[in-house]
Design a binder for this molecule. Structure first.
Ligand code: CMC
Length: 440
C-alpha cells in the first residue's frame, strides 16, 4: 500500500571495543533519507555475544519507515515529507489519511473516491448494538473501544487474511470509517441516548459531531467552526512515528495477528496517562487544582522529586522544543473558545494561568517541558461539550489511520520478523526444586 523507505547502508562503521578482552567489532552504519544515522546491531549478538540494553527504547530504532518524520530538537513533524503546519492549514483529515496510507497526496479524483469509500464503510454491523449493550453503562469508553474494535474481527472475517492485499485494504478502510461510529456509540450508550447512525451527506468530522450530539428528536446542525477544529485535531493526531501505541500495533502485528486485534492492542496502549490518556488527565488535574490561586502549589509539587505528581500535558519524549502540534492546537483552541464565547470559564482561565507560569518557570524551561498537544486538545474538547472520558477515544479515532498505515508498511516489509526483544536477566540463577516439606 505504501512506498518503500529509502534507508541505505553506508561505507561508515562504528568500532565497538570490549575493554575486558581487547576485541574490536566493526558495526555498520545506515542512513535514512533524513535524521540521525543508525548503528546496525542486527548481527551484534551473533558476532559478539552481547545484547544491547535500552529499556524505554530511548536510543533504539525498531523499524525502517517512510511514513512520519520527527525532529524533536527542531520541533519538526512531517507526514510523508509534508510539514504538519502546511497540512493543518491547507489540507483536511481525509486527504491526510490518503497521504499516510498511500504515500502521496491524492488527485481530485482519488480524493473523491477515497472519501466515498470511507463514507460507505461507516455503518457498523447491527449486531454490534447487542455487543455494546452487554457492557455496563458506566464503562470507561476506552474499555468499550478496546472491546468493540477487537470484536470487529469477529464481525468482519472477510478482511482478516493479512496475506491478501485486498483484505488488508478493506480492513484498514473499515477501521478508519467505523471508529467515529463506535466512539459516539460508546458515548450515547453511557448517557442512555439512542445510537445515531452515520449520514453519507456529511464529511468525516461533521459526521462525528452529528453522531455525537444529534438525537432523533430534532434536526442537528453541525457548527462549521467546530467541524473545522475537529478536522484539524484529527490531522494533528493522525500519526506520530514509533510511539508506544504504534509500536504496540507493530509488535502485535509482527506475530501475524489480524488487523482488528492489532488496533485494539494499540488502543489499549494509548489509554495510559503517559500517552493518549494525558488529555483526560489534564482535565482531571485542572479540576483537582480547582482555582488559579493554587497553581503555584501544584507547580511546586511537579518539581518535587519525592512527589509522584507531574504536570499533565507538559513534556514529551521526543520534542525538546515546542511540540509543533501544540502550537497549532493553541491557535485552534483560541478560535473555538471565541466561537463558543466561553473565554471566562474558570477551568479554562486556570489552564491559561498554568501554561503562563510553567512557561516562565526555570524548572520547566531548563528541562524543556513545554505544553504538548494533549494540554490544548483537552481544553478544546471540553469547550466543545465533549465529556472528559471521551477525550482519549478521540485521540484513538484520529490515530487509527496512523496505526493502519504503519501496520500495512510492516506487513509489506520483506525484512519484517516477529518482534522479540531480549532482556538483562537479574533473577535467581539455576537452583534445585525443594519439595514442600523441605521448605522452611
Ligand atoms: N511534570 C514535571 N516534571 C516532568 C514532567 C512533567 N509533566 N515531564 C518530565 N518531567 C521531568 C522528569 O521528572 C525528569 O526530571 P529529572 O531529569 O530531574 O529526573 C525530566 O523531566 C525528564 O523526564 P522523563 O520522565 O525522563 O522523560 P520521558 O521522555 O520518559 O517522559 C513524558 C515523557 C511525556 C512521559 C513525560 O514528560 C510526562 O509524563 N508528561 C506528562 C504526561 C503527558 O502529558 N503525556 C502526553 C505526551 S504527548 C501525547 C502523546 O504523544 O501521547
Amino acid at each position: 500500500m505504501s512506498e518503500k523507505a529509502a534507508a541505505q547502508a553506508t561505507n561508515n562503521t562504528v568500532t565497538l571495543i570490549d575493554n575486558a578482552t581487547g576485541r574490536r567489532f566493526e558495526l555498520p552504519v545506515m542512513k535514512g533519507s533524513t535524521g540521525p544515522d543508525v548503528i546496525d546491531v542486527r548481527k551484534l549478538y551473533q558476532d559478539t555475544g552481547f545484547f544491547t540494553f535500552d529499556p524505554g527504547y530511548t536510543s533504539t530504532g525498531s523499524c525502517e519507515s517512510s511514513i512520519t518524520y520527527i525532529d524533536g530538537d527542531a520541533g519538526v513533524l512531517l507526514y510523508r515529507g509534508y510539514p504538519i503546519e502546511q497540512l493543518a492549514e491547507h489540507s483536511d483529515f481525509m486527504e491526510c489519511c490518503y497521504l499516510l496510507l498511500y504515500g502521496d497526496l491524492p488527485t481530485a479524483d482519488q480524493k473523491r473516491k477515497f472519501e466515498h469509500d470511507i463514507t460507505y464503510h461507516t455503518m457498523v454491523h447491527e449486531q454490534m448494538h447487542k455487543f455494546i449493550e452487554g457492557l455496563r453503562r458506566d464503562s470507561h469508553p476506552m474499555a468499550v473501544m478496546v472491546g468493540m474494535v477487537g470484536a470487529l474481527s469477529a464481525f468482519y472475517h472477510d478482511s482478516t487474511d493479512i496475506t491478501n492485499p485486498r483484505h488488508r485494504m478493506v480492513a484498514s478502510y473499515r477501521m478508519i470509517a467505523k471508529m467515529p461510529t463506535l466512539a459516539t456509540w460508546a458515548y450515547k450508550y453511557s448517557i442512555g441516548q439512542p445510537f445515531i447512525y452515520p449520514r453519507n451527506d456529511l464529511r468525516y468530522s461533521e459526521n462525528f459531531l452529528h453522531m455525537m450530539f444529534a438525537t432523533p428528536c430534532e434536526p442537528y446542525k453541525v457548527n462549521p467552526v467546530l467541524a473545522k477544529a475537529m478536522d484539524r485535531i484529527l490531522i494533528l493526531h493522525a500519526d506520530h512515528e514509533q510511539n508506544a501505541s504504534t509500536s504496540t500495533v507493530r509488535l502485535a502485528g509482527s506475530s501475524g495477528a489480524n488487523p482488528f486485534a492489532c488496533i485494539a492492542a494499540g488502543i489499549a496502549s494509548l489509554w495510559g496517562p503517559a500517552h493518549g490518556g494525558a488529555n483526560e488527565a489534564v482535565l482531571k488535574m485542572l479540576e483537582e487544582i480547582g482555582d488559579k490561586s493554587r497553581v503555584p502549589e501544584y507547580i511546586k509539587r511537579a518539581k518535587d522529586k519525592d512527589d509522584p505528581f507531574r504536570l499533565m500535558g507538559f513534556g514529551h519524549r521526543v520534542y525538546h522544543n515546542y511540540d509543533p502540534r501544540a502550537r497549532i492546537m493553541r491557535q485552534s483552541c483560541n478560535e473555538v473558545l471565541d466561537e463558543l464565547n466561553v473565554r471566562d470559564e474558570p477551568l479554562l482561565e486556570l489552564a491559561m494561568e498554568l501554561e503562563r507560569i510553567a512557561l516562565e518557570d526555570d524548572y520547566f524551561v531548563s528541562k524543556k517541558l513545554y505544553p504538548n498537544v494533549d494540554f490544548y486538545s483537552g481544553i478544546i474538547f471540553r469547550a466543545m461539550g465533549i465529556p472528559v472520558s471521551l477525550f482519549t477515544v478521540l485521540f484513538a479515532v484520529a490515530r487509527t489511520v496512523g496505526w493502519v498505515a504503519q501496520w500495512n508498511e510492516m506487513i509489506e516489509d520483506p525484512t519484517q520478523k516477529i518482534g522479540r526483544p531480549r532482556q538483562l536477566y537479574a533473577g535467581p540463577t539455576r537452583r534445585e526444586f525443594k519439595l514442600l516439606a523441605q521448605r522452611g
